[in-house]
Design a binder for this molecule. Structure first.
Ligand SMILES: Cc1cc2nc3c(=O)[nH]c(=O)nc-3n(C[C@H](O)[C@H](O)[C@H](O)COP(=O)(O)OP(=O)(O)OC[C@H]3O[C@@H](n4cnc5c(N)ncnc54)[C@H](O)[C@@H]3O)c2cc1C
Length: 313
């Protein structure tokens, strides 16, 4: 007689939740994904400006050859969903660009990074606009999200609670999209790491990243500036714009702006374990807070490995 598989609830339709759900489904498990947002994506989401999607979360992703995540990325590349962006970024001080740095190939997506997460949702049962409130001990559950968000959903008596960061180890970011009449920065900018600025950390050329040459920049604030403006993120706009203008020597003003707050953007010191699994309670937690480093690829790997280990019955 075969064991009856109870349906597993995955909370979070970011990349880690969908990786977990796909791995569970691939093993024959029954799984439902729920997310409070309007569409899958999580921190790989964006927003449409002038009818075109703009990435407001992750700037790009990398994928090491030979890893399981690389196979997923190769499939996206083959199907034209992901694209190679650049291996080179400018390096700037608050007063301007001073150098460039070359590293691994960074990837983007022509339709925005969210489109890749939407692709992972194919063939799965995903319910959006569902705000999950509490883990039911009778229902096997995966929480695929930042620790501080998962903590709120776990019972106070759960032994897992103490292993979850309360948010003090996570940095916020305010992302600001700036749309211009035309491109007014160097064609080979791609993006810029900004060092020693109190207000900004990274500038991305969104038109270059997405491959349509739209005159759009996305700037990520420093954690300090984000923390100081969490209650009123729009108030960070003048600071972030002034810092960006100075770095790129821009004399034109943006014609449209959009401000987005990420309260829990990145963990400073992710857990070394790939995920948390309480097999007895059938409760798991995954995401970029696990596996030693915070990145899109690490979040996918955390969800995928938890989905492979999660008890089906
Ligand atoms: C500004 C910024 C820049 C970044 N830059 C990069 C980069 O350049 N390169 C890179 O590799 N990574 C980058 N990252 C990190 C990358 O975005 C994350 O590692 C990855 O997207 C995390 O995926 P996840 O599935 O773990 O979590 P998330 O994407 O956060 O997904 C969690 C999901 O859970 C849902 N959720 C939470 N609570 C509930 C609830 N109670 N009920 C229902 N649903 C709930 C949320 O709506 C969300 O969709 C960046 C992140 C940010 C914010």
């Amino acid at each position: 007689m075969s064991a009856v598989h109870q349906s597993i609830t995955v909370v979070g339709a970011g990349i880690s939740g969908l990786a977990a759900a796909r791995a569970i489904a691939a093993r024959g498990g029954s799984v439902t994904v729920v997310d409070r947002g309007r569409a899958p994506g999580g921190r790989m989401s964006g927003r449409r400006l002038a009818g075109r999607p703009v990435d407001l979360g992750a700037s790009y992703f990398t994928a090491e050859f030979g890893t399981p995540f690389r196979a997923v990325v190769d499939d996206w590349l083959t199907r034209g969903l992901a694209r190679e962006w650049t291996d080179t970024f400018a390096v700037a001080t608050p007063d301007g660009i001073v150098d460039s740095t070359t590293g691994p190939m960074r990837h983007g997506a022509a339709a925005g990074l969210r489109s890749l997460v939407v692709d992972l949702a194919r063939d799965l049962e995903v319910r959006q606009k569902v705000a999950f409130e509490r883990v039911d001990p009778e229902v096997p559950t995966v929480l695929a999200m930042p620790d501080p968000q998962a903590r709120r959903l776990v019972d106070e008596s759960s032994p897992s609670l103490d292993r979850l960061d309360d948010g003090s180890g996570w940095d916020p970011t305010i992302a600001i999209a700036l749309r211009f009449e035309e491109r007014a920065w160097p064609a080979d900018l791609h993006g810029a790491f900004v060092n020693d600025s109190p207000d900004i950390g990274f500038i991305a050329d969104d038109g270059d990243r997405r491959g349509d040459a739209a005159p759009v920049l996305v700037v990520h604030s420093s954690p300090e500036t984000a923390r100081a403006h969490l209650d009123d993120p729009s108030a960070a706009l003048p600071l972030v714009w002034e810092a960006t203008r100075r770095v790129l020597g821009l004399s034109v003003e943006p014609i449209e702006t959009h401000v987005h707050r990420w309260t829990f953007a990145k963990p400073r010191d992710p857990h070394d374990d790939p995920y948390l699994l309480d097999a007895g309670l059938r409760l798991g937690v995954c995401g970029d807070g696990w596996g030693g480093r915070s990145s899109v690829g690490a979040a996918w790997a955390s969800g995928h490995s938890l989905g492979e280990a999660f008890p089906l019955s």
